[in-house]
Design a protein around this ligand. Structure first.
Ligand SMILES: Cc1cc2nc3c(=O)[nH]c(=O)nc-3n(C[C@H](O)[C@H](O)[C@H](O)COP(=O)(O)O)c2cc1C
Length: 227
């Protein structure tokens, strides 16, 4: 028996169990919303998209608008190349927030905090917030940073502060899956350290697992609201 089973005495759902549960109700709609300068969070967001789809969700992958001056972008060839590579990814709008039942955010750390690009996007939600349209949406966060303890968890918690103001329901991974004990897994939201060689750990499974849990929690919330 593994550590997870000893602690919690329960098993993860099999794929067929997940599939049959999902078929009983309308698809959960997930907006995977990311910001990325050099590609890490784009990759994390794509894994989240994959995980949510595997759990039966309808998914939109969108990036928040770049706000940095062109001179800053031009001074970093990786940044410039990444923006060119992802120019066809649709930009996130408040309509995506209204459409989705759940949000999965993926964002780098900037001085232990959210990048201004992500914060600016969140700040466009004031109108929806005022109409109560963000209440009971489900939210989950993923992050990256350049150093192993460079503020990844803090960044996720900054994101969750905004979610609390929205009245959103935070689907943090907790220790709800054995994946939480593996690379990138943590109770707040999957995180990774990224260096010159790219990601320092393989966090793909942790991201997918978090995305699946987000869909599962959202199904429960939707089911509860229909009663
Ligand atoms: C202005 C700025 C601030 C940053 N602050 C931090 C930080 O506080 N801690 C850290 O470990 N890395 C920091 N980094 C590194 C980024 O978090 C890292 O490049 C990012 O996670 C890569 O994600 P991306 O490839 O999706 O852009 C900073 C980078 C920049 C440009």
């Amino acid at each position: 028996m593994g550590l997870f089973d000893k602690l919690f005495g329960k098993k993860k759902k099999t794929d067929s169990e997940s599939d049959s549960k999902q078929k009983e109700q309308p698809k959960v709609k997930v907006a995977v919303i990311y910001y990325s300068s050099t590609g890490t969070n784009y990759q994390l967001a794509k894994w989240a998209e994959e995980g949510a789809k595997q759990e039966g969700a309808e998914v939109k992958l969108v990036k928040v608008a770049e706000l940095a001056p062109q001179t800053a972008i031009d001074s970093n060839s990786a940044w410039k190349a990444h923006l060119e590579e992802t120019k066809d990814v649709p930009e996130a709008s408040v309509d995506d927030l209204e459409w989705a039942d759940a949000f999965i955010f993926s964002t780098p750390t900037r001085f232990g905090n959210l990048p201004s690009q992500m914060k600016q996007f969140l700040d466009t939600a004031g109108g929806l917030w005022g109409q109560g349209k963000l209440v009971n949406k489900v939210a989950s966060g993923i992050s990256s940073a350049g150093n192993p303890r460079g503020g990844q968890e803090k960044t996720v918690k900054h994101l969750y502060t905004t979610m609390m103001h929205w009245g959103a329901i935070i689907a943090a991974p907790g220790y709800t899956s054995p994946v939480a004990f593996s690379s990138g897994g943590n109770p707040y939201g999957t995180s990774v350290t990224v260096g010159d060689e790219g990601m320092q750990e393989d966090v793909q499974e942790a991201v997918k697992d978090q995305a699946k849990r987000t869909v599962t929690v959202t199904s429960m919330v939707k089911e509860g609201q229909e009663k």
